[in-house]
Design a protein around this ligand. Structure first.
Ligand code: BGC
Length: 381
């Protein structure tokens, strides 16, 4: 009798434990909520995920182009503001030619004339930027629906997107499988982890193309925000923004952001590189590249107090000062995005690396793993 009694108590206790752990995982999954983001005119459905954390700050990402849709973080008074340019729905992103928030690839940035040679064979990529190839081509990663998995076991909100790019897509060899995981922790730190493989030799250099305006007000320019880039050198460009292959010191030039400087301070200087880029649209050679995650850049918006640190394990950082925004692109709330109202900081390999033997290699072979970690850390000062 006693034995039966103890068995009954044991079973009841186990039942309660199972219920509790089920309830626990249910709560964890609430760190990520999902909803429809609309259906594209070609019938493809897009899902929007919201990543929550304990400070009520949120990140939104969607399955079209594994896009980073919004980042709402507090100013120094605790008011949440969206620090990313973007669109209200999936169709807005489908019509977008400015790459707002997308994961771009296979090759983020430019490849001269869309040509490269790998193992003695020449490849011709899609030409979509004058005579050059930009951000993976017309139908690159940004035009694809990625599959999404919510990482329910993660202690904080986390979603992994996957895209399998078939052999020959946009002219690239090999079938490439790329995973990009967005994780949003309680300290307002957004981590992007990329992991890629191929079944034949190829090149791979994806990046995240978020347009940031830390003021939370896309009507104000970024020219009074303070930027630091942890780089003593940059890669100068020629016509069509193609890197020349040189690695030049920033010292004494408008490209010196080694200490925080107003973005607008020298942007209109009489400088050939600034004229070629129509402002800043260059790659910086990050100091001390050793494949570990290091501080790459900081941005500070004095009126709101918002501060962003960018950390990455990549060798380069493209700083683009929104020079091609001209009021024709309409985004969230129908707002026309004006000249230099956002900046991009794209962690990457150097532009046109496949044609510049002195730049770090972007070749990926079967059996190797492509990986990238880039972190956007938000706080206030
Ligand atoms: C490029 C710019 C380009 C922008 C939007 C940036 O990464 O450097 O030249 O206009 O993306 O495509």
């Amino acid at each position: 009798m006693n034995k039966l009694y103890f068995i009954a108590i044991f079973l009841a206790a186990s039942f309660i434990t199972v219920c509790q752990s089920k309830e626990g995982s249910k709560m964890d999954s609430k760190l990520v909520t999902s909803q429809s983001f609309g259906t594209l005119s070609d019938g493809r459905a897009v899902t929007l995920f919201t990543l929550h954390n304990k400070s009520n700050a949120t990140v939104k990402v969607c399955t079209l182009g594994a896009d980073l849709v919004s980042i709402k973080v507090p100013d120094r008074d605790g008011n949440l503001g969206d620090v990313l340019l973007g669109h209200d729905d999936a169709q807005g992103y489908a019509n977008d030619n400015s790459y707002l928030g997308f994961i771009v690839g296979r090759y983020g940035n430019r490849i001269a004339k869309g040509k490269f040679v790998l193992d003695g064979k020449e490849y011709q990529l899609d030409i979509n930027d004058g005579v050059n190839h930009l951000h993976g081509g017309k139908d690159g990663f940004h035009r694809k629906i990625w599959t999404a998995t919510v990482n329910a076991d993660s202690p904080y909100a986390s979603v992994t997107f996957r895209y399998v790019s078939p052999d020959g897509e946009e002219g690239y060899p090999g079938t490439v499988t790329l995973d990009v995981t967005y994780s949003w922790n309680d300290n307002n730190q957004l981590t992007l982890k990329y992991s890629g493989t191929t079944d034949a030799p190829t090149i791979l250099n994806p990046t995240s193309h978020g347009y940031f305006n830390l003021s939370g007000n896309p009507d104000s320019t970024i020219l009074n925000q303070l930027l630091m880039i942890n780089a003593d050198h940059f890669t100068p460009i020629g016509l069509g923004l193609i890197t020349t292959g040189e690695i030049q010191s920033v010292e004494g030039t408008p490209f010196d952001f080694t200490t925080p400087k107003k973005i607008g301070e020298k942007i209109n200087d009489d400088n050939e590189q600034l004229q070629l880029g129509k402002g800043y649209d260059h790659n910086w050679v990050l100091d001390g590249y050793d494949k570990s995650v290091r501080l790459a850049a900081t941005v500070f918006d004095p009126p709101s107090g918002r501060y962003m640190e960018v950390l990455t394990d990549q060798p380069g950082l493209q700083f683009y000062s929104g020079n091609f925004l001209n009021g024709t692109l309409r985004g969230k709330g129908g707002k026309a995005y004006q000249y230099r109202t956002a900046l991009c900081l794209e962690a990457q390999h150097f532009p046109d690396s496949p044609n510049k033997p002195n730049f770090p290699s972007v070749t990926l072979r079967p059996g190797e793993k492509y990986s990238q970690t880039t972190i956007y850390q938000f706080s206030t000062k």
